[in-house]
Design a protein around this ligand. Structure first.
Ligand SMILES: Cc1ncc(COP(=O)(O)O)c(C=O)c1O
Length: 423
C-alpha cells in the first residue's frame, strides 16, 4: 500500500534534479530568490559513483511505498506551508508545556525598530566614522523618590557654603563648589525646583545626571533640560542605547561649543593639530548615531514598555508583606528604567541578599542599588551629608528584570520566584 507523508504532500521528481535547481525553486517559493553557486568540480563525484548513488524514482517508489501526486514545485510549495504551520504549533507547545529555564537578564537593549536599516544605510553610504548624517540627526533629536533630598542640598548651599573671590566655597573644607549634580536614579526625577532655586541664588551651576532617566518628566518638563547642563548615558543597559557613549545637552550655545571642543580633542587648528586644552576623543560615530536614531524613534514605546512592566510588579507586590515597590511622586512621570523593590527582611523573612541569591539560582538577574558615594573608596575623605536613606536603600533595594522586551511569561517567572522566596 502506498504511504503518504502525514499531512504533507509527496512529490513526483524527475529522475535527476540538482541541489542548485532545488535551492532556486525553494528560494523563489519563500520569496527570497537564491542564486546558488555550485562548484561542480569540487563536489561532483565520479560518473560511476553518480550512477550508483542516483535514486531511481520508480524503484524508490516501489520500495518505500511513496505515491507521487504533484510536481516538484507544487509539492515544495505545500511542504513549505506545512512546515510553517507545524513549526508554529511546535513552538507554541514547547512554550506552554515545558518549564523555561532561560536566564532572565536585568536590562537588555531592545533593537526591534529601524536599527538594522539605519546601520545598513551607514555601510552602504560609507559613513561609519565620526561624520555622517545620523550624527547630526541624533545630536539634534529632541531631548525631549528615592532621590537626593533637596532640603539637604538647599541647607548645604545656604549654611554650609560661603561666597569668596566670586565663587562659592565649602565653609569647612574651603574647597570650591563647582556645581550641584543631582542624579535622577532608576528613571525617576529628583525634586528639582528647590535645588534650582537655591543654586541660582548662590550662582552655582546645576549639572543633571540624567543617565538613568531619559524620557522621564518633572512637572511636565523633560529631565536633563532643567539645569544648565544635562548628561545622558546610551550604554547598552539603558532605556535607549547607541551601543555605548552618552550625550550632553544644554540651552547655552557657549557651553555647547565648549563641550564639543573638549570632546573632539580640543583642536584649535585641525590641520596642524594644535590642541589648546587637554581634550578627549569622545566623538560619536555615524554607526552609533544610526543605532541611537533608531532607538529614539521608539523612545515613547520603550518608556511605555518599562512603565507597563513596573505597573504589573507594583500591582502584584502591593499586598506582599515586606516587599514594597519603588515610589512615583505626584509631580513625576518616571520611566521605571529599573523596576526596584525594597525588601524588609523582618517582615519578608528574607533580606535582599538572600532574595538575590534565590533569584540567581532560578536564572534571574537582579542588581542591588548603587553603593552610596560616602562609602565609595574613590571618594574617601569627601564631605558627606545625610546618608541614612541611601544606606537603608543600599541594604534593602533590589532591581528586578525590566527590559522593554521582557515577556509576560518571563515577568511571571520573576514574580513567582519572588513570591515563593518571601512566603
Ligand atoms: C547615574 C549614572 N550616572 C552615570 C552613569 C555613567 O554612564 P555611562 O555608563 O554611559 O558612562 C551611569 C551608568 O550606569 C549612571 O547610572
Amino acid at each position: 500500500m502506498p504511504r503518504e507523508l502525514k499531512g504533507g504532500p509527496s512529490t513526483s521528481a524527475p529522475a535527476r534534479i540538482s541541489i542548485g535547481d532545488l535551492a532556486t525553486v525553494i528560494g523563489r517559493l519563500i520569496g527570497r530568490p537564491l542564486e546558488p553557486e555550485v562548484e561542480t568540480c569540487r563536489i561532483r563525484p565520479p560518473a560511476s559513483e553518480v550512477e550508483r548513488l542516483c535514486a531511481d524514482a520508480g524503484r524508490a517508489a516501489e520500495m518505500l511505498g511513496w505515491r507521487a501526486e504533484v510536481d516538484v514545485e507544487r509539492g515544495l510549495e505545500a511542504t513549505i506551508a506545512w512546515i510553517g504551520d507545524n513549526l508554529d504549533r511546535y513552538h507554541q507547545t514547547a512554550m506552554s508545556s515545558e518549564p523555561d529555564h532561560r536566564r532572565i537578564p536585568l536590562s537588555v537593549p531592545c533593537l526591534e525598530g529601524n536599527e538594522r536599516a539605519y546601520l545598513a544605510e551607514c555601510i552602504e553610504t560609507n559613513w561609519v566614522s565620526s561624520a555622517g548624517p545620523f550624527v547630526g540627526r541624533f545630536e539634534t533629536a529632541d531631548a525631549e523618590t528615592w532621590q537626593v533630598d533637596p532640603a539637604i542640598v538647599v541647607r548645604y548651599l545656604t549654611e554650609g557654603c560661603e561666597q569668596r573671590g566670586g565663587a562659592v566655597h565649602d565653609r569647612s573644607t574651603g574647597r570650591r563648589v563647582a556645581a550641584v549634580l543631582p542624579a535622577h536614579i532608576l528613571g525617576h526625577p529628583v525634586d528639582m525646583d528647590p535645588i534650582l532655586a537655591a543654586a541660582r541664588r548662590h550662582g552655582v551651576p546645576v549639572v543633571e545626571d540624567a543617565a538613568e532617566a531619559l524620557g522621564a518628566t518633572y512637572k511636565g518638563r523633560a529631565v536633563g533640560t532643567l539645569g544648565d547642563i544635562g548628561c545622558f548615558s546610551f550604554n547598552g543597559n539603558k532605556l535607549v542605547t547607541s551601543g555605548g557613549g552618552g550625550m550632553v545637552v544644554t540651552g547655552e550655545a557657549a557651553i555647547a561649543d565648549r563641550v564639543r571642543h573638549l570632546t573632539t580633542q580640543a583642536k584649535s587648528d585641525p590641520v596642524e593639530h594644535v590642541h589648546d586644552a587637554v581634550g578627549y576623543n569622545y566623538r560619536l560615530t555615524n554607526v552609533q548615531a544610526a543605532v541611537g536614531c533608531a532607538q529614539m524613534d521608539r523612545l515613547a514605546d520603550l518608556v511605555e514598555a518599562r512603565r507597563r512592566i513596573a505597573g504589573h510588579y507594583r500591582a502584584v507586590f502591593a499586598d506582599v508583606a515586606g516587599i514594597s515597590f519603588m515610589p512615583e511622586a505626584s509631580w513625576a512621570r518616571s520611566t521605571f528604567w529599573l523596576s526596584t523593590v525594597r525588601v524588609e527582611a523582618e517582615t519578608a523573612g528574607i533580606d535582599r541578599h538572600g532574595l538575590a541569591a534565590v533569584l540567581d539560582a532560578a536564572g534571574i538577574e537582579t542588581r542591588p542599588l548603587w553603593q552610596p558615594l560616602h562609602h565609595s573608596p574613590a571618594h574617601a575623605g569627601a564631605r558627606a551629608l545625610g546618608g541614612i536613606v541611601s544606606d537603608r536603600l543600599n541594604h534593602e533595594a533590589l532591581s528586578l528584570p525590566s527590559s522593554a522586551s521582557l515577556t509576560e511569561a518571563d515577568q511571571g517567572r520573576v514574580i513567582d520566584a519572588v513570591l515563593t522566596a518571601v512566603q
